[in-house]
Design a protein around this ligand. Structure first.
Ligand code: PAF
Length: 283
């Protein structure tokens, strides 16, 4: 496995290949990321992982400075998972000058849910992902592929729309959320949890499952009953010591409020102690 740190070196490493499959990450890898690598392997003629903690998607009060940087351990895991090339640029390589040009996604999809509680988050994500695509696929002769986890459901949707609206010749592939034995969605931020918090953390996915069941039971009265069901779910989690940002049932197609008969996804974000966790469940 080759590890490269500059844009020029990545382009040179990918030059002989026709159709790279890219897995963008911020490192501190867990089994969920490795599933993305395994999903990417058959989709291209070279598998590339990027490891870059992207300052642009963090608000000043968020965990950019403390986000774990574990490149050596990440590379060992990536090699074992069959990754061919790791792109681990420094901030100077990715942003040699202030990134004044940015990708501003449609507010209809990017200013709700995560975007409401993390203003600017999706501008940062889209900007770095667009840049990673330009770097990784510039030499591609065929169609490139990029694999993202379904755990970041809204991110996946925003990126799909970006690719569609900019007509990028890139296929976006979703890989299912990986969960610990108790059902907690794997996330790099789980590492911030104390032992007690770790035992409690599964309650977010349980709350989403319960809300999903309630939503399905509401059937034709879904739109009418949903605000009260969501409110009850948030209160139940708050009573356990969480600070929920949102627990909500949305239409899968566009993450807007659903009507009876729509395919549904339940999404939630909540803080447990200092750790903010997100999860989702299609129901
Ligand atoms: O999901 C992530 O880890 C990040 O948002 C991504 C897509 C690598 C962009 O920095």
């Amino acid at each position: 496995m080759k590890v490269v740190h500059t844009i020029a070196d990545l382009r040179a490493a990918l030059h002989p290949f026709d159709a790279p499959a890219l897995v963008p990450t911020m490192g501190n890898l867990h089994d969920g990321h490795l599933t993305l690598i395994k999903a990417a392997k058959p989709l291209g003629d070279v598998t590339v992982a990027s490891v870059f903690v992207n300052r642009l998607q963090f608000a000043p009060h968020e965990d950019f400075d403390t986000y774990p940087r574990t490149l050596d351990a990440d590379c060992e895991k990536l090699a074992a998972a069959g990754c061919d090339v790791v792109f681990a640029p420094s901030e100077r390589d990715m942003y040699p000058e202030p990134q004044g040009f940015k990708v501003h996604p449609d507010p209809a999809i990017a200013d709700i849910l995560e975007g409401r509680f993390r203003p600017g988050f999706f501008v940062g994500v889209c900007t770095v992902v667009m840049k990673l695509f330009q770097i990784a696929f510039a030499e591609a002769k065929g169609r490139g592929t990029a694999v993202f986890g379904q755990k970041d459901y809204q991110q996946l949707m925003v990126i799909r729309r970006m690719v569609r609206q900019f007509a990028l010749p890139i296929e976006i592939v979703a890989a299912p959320t990986q969960r610990a034995n108790d059902g907690l969605a794997l996330s790099s931020r789980n590492g911030y949890l104390s032992e007690t918090e770790r035992a409690e953390a599964v309650q977010l996915s349980l709350a989403l499952r319960a809300l999903g069941r309630d939503a399905l039971a509401a059937a034709d009265g879904l739109a009418r009953h949903l605000p009260a069901l969501e409110q009850r779910a948030m209160e139940a989690l708050s009573a356990r010591g969480w600070q929920p940002d949102y627990l909500t049932v949305r239409r899968r197609d566009d993450l807007q409020s659903p009507n009876a008969g729509d395919a549904l996804v339940v999404l939630g974000a909540a803080r447990l102690g200092k750790t903010r966790l997100i999860d989702n469940l299609e129901v």
